[in-house]
Structures are given as C-alpha cells and as structure tokens.
Design a protein. Sequence first.
Length: 354
Amino acid sequence: MTPRPGAGLRPFSIKTKLGTLVVVSVFITTGLLMVALRTETELRFITVFSVIASMLITQFVAHGLTAPLDEMNTVARAISHGDYTRRVSGAGRRDELGDLAVTINSMADDLEAVDRHRKELVANVSHELRTPIAALRAVLENVVDGVSAADPETMRTALKQTERLGGLVETLLDLSRLDNGVVPLRARRFEVWPYLSGVLKEAGLAAGRRALASGSGNHARADVHLHLDVFPPELTAHADAERLHQVVANLVDNAIKHSPPHGRVTVRARRGERPGSLTLEVLDEGPGIPESERHRVFERFNRGSATGSDGGTGLGLAIARWAVGLHGGDIGVAESSRGCRIRVTLPGVPKAAG
C-alpha cells in the first residue's frame, strides 16, 4: 500500500501519541519533584504518585491503540471463515490504524465481490447449460422412443442446441484465457468493409437460428435490421481479426437483444488518427443504458437492471473489453440521443512498427 501524502507528518499518528505520552510522563514526574522540593514532601510519596499518574495515562493511550486492533482481529477472523460482510469501524481515524482499517475494508470489499461473482457464475452457467441440455435430451429421447424420426429436421434441432452449448463453452474458455493472460495477439492489416460485412452476416444468421430454435423472445430476434456504415469504403485497419470478431459479434448480439421490434442496429467504422487505427461504433434503438450503470456495464456477469435479465451470462461485454484491451484500445458507452452507442477505438500499427 502506498503511503498517503504527508503520512509522516500527521499530528494524530501513533508515533506522535507515543511521543506525547513520554513528554507528559516526564512533565508529571518533574512537576511532582518540584512540588516535593518546595513542600518538603518525602520523595517516596512523590515517586508513588508519579508512577500511578504515568500508569493511568499509559493505560488510557494503550486502550485507544489496542481496542481498534482487537476489532480488526475479530473482523479478519470472520473474513477468514467466509463472512465477507464484516467491516472495521475505525476507518475514519487519522493515524496508521485508520489506514489499516481502510485497507482491511477494501480487502473485504474485493473478497465479497469475488465471492458474489463466483456464485453468479455458477448460477448463470447452470441456467445457460440447463436449457440446451434439456432441449437436446428431449430431442434424443423422442428419437430413441420412436416418437419422432431421426430425419434432417430433427437432427438440425439437436445440432442447434449443440452449437449453443459449444458457444457457451467457448465463452468460458475465453474467460479463462482472460484470467491467465496467455492469449497472443496476431495483428494484421485487413479491409474493414468485407470483414465487418461477414461478421454482421454471421450475427444475422445466428439471431435467426435462435429465433427458430426457441421462438420469439427478447434474446432470440430475427426481425432486427443490421446496417453497416464504413467510410471511406476502402478503409483498412491493423488488428487481430479473430479478437475483433469477438468484440463486434458480442456488441451486435447485445444490441439485437435490446432492440425494439423491427429495430435497427448500425455498425459504423471510421479511420482513426494513426496508421491502421480504427474507430468502431455499434448503435441500437433500444432503451439505452442509464448513466448510473455505464461504469458497470463491462463488468463480468453484469446483466443490467434497465431492461431486465436477457438470459445471457453477462460475459459478452466483459470479453469485448478484454479483447479491446489486448490491442491497447478503449471501449465505452458514448452519448446518444436514442438507444445505446458503444464506441471502440483501436490504436492500429504500434509506433515501433510504423
């Protein structure tokens, strides 16, 4: 932990308190000795009074120092047993114990967040796995029991559920790579228009397959119009095409989920300031993201409260932020008069390679 500015000069630090204790004790002893000399009081009485006064003052100061430590010990023991809701009350102190209390509370906040994310991961993944597994099992049971024939249509239904399972597993693998930081970046130059056109075509087909497999719903949309806006048309960029595919696909998928009936999702691409740099925007016509939630929208497992749960894991935008970060770029929610606008900036060719 980096010391706060002026930490060694604080008037209420423990060093200051201990120094004051020594000075006060010396003054008391000196004062009693002067009284003894002037009043001819026996020295042994003065010594006893001096020791008692010093002990009382020391006890008072020691209690002020040890009581917070006892509380910190209790809170730390509770945290070690899995109770991440406990906090130290002495965070407002203006000494080293106050710094320690702030550190313990910050640690407890982080552990509580990690524990919450772990529980949300189990709940979300279990929910996501249950639906395709149940559908796949039902299809296969019908085939085995002779209720339905193993015709191409039945097999296509089973294949769709298998693809959905594969997509979830791939998402979890991406999350694991994110944590381990072992994903290499294979940047190359490519033409933006045909590349994004292919990504949008895949996104439209995927939305259509989900709509056929699970019927109409907020997370299975085939009625949303996808529009591509690239200028200039011959625009090129320098990036890892596979990782950028994750970014655009996740952003478009999220925009489709929150679009109104027969809405429009626009992917806009423009040249950046440096060679090979790129600015991407994904715009939808949905309810948008409240300003109070914009700082959390790219967190893992965050599924938002503005539009309710959409049945996803809440990992898509977190993975998009990770992929953009690998490039050294930025991603965020931009101001928009309607719907939601997500802006991505990629730096292009590194200066050393330019």
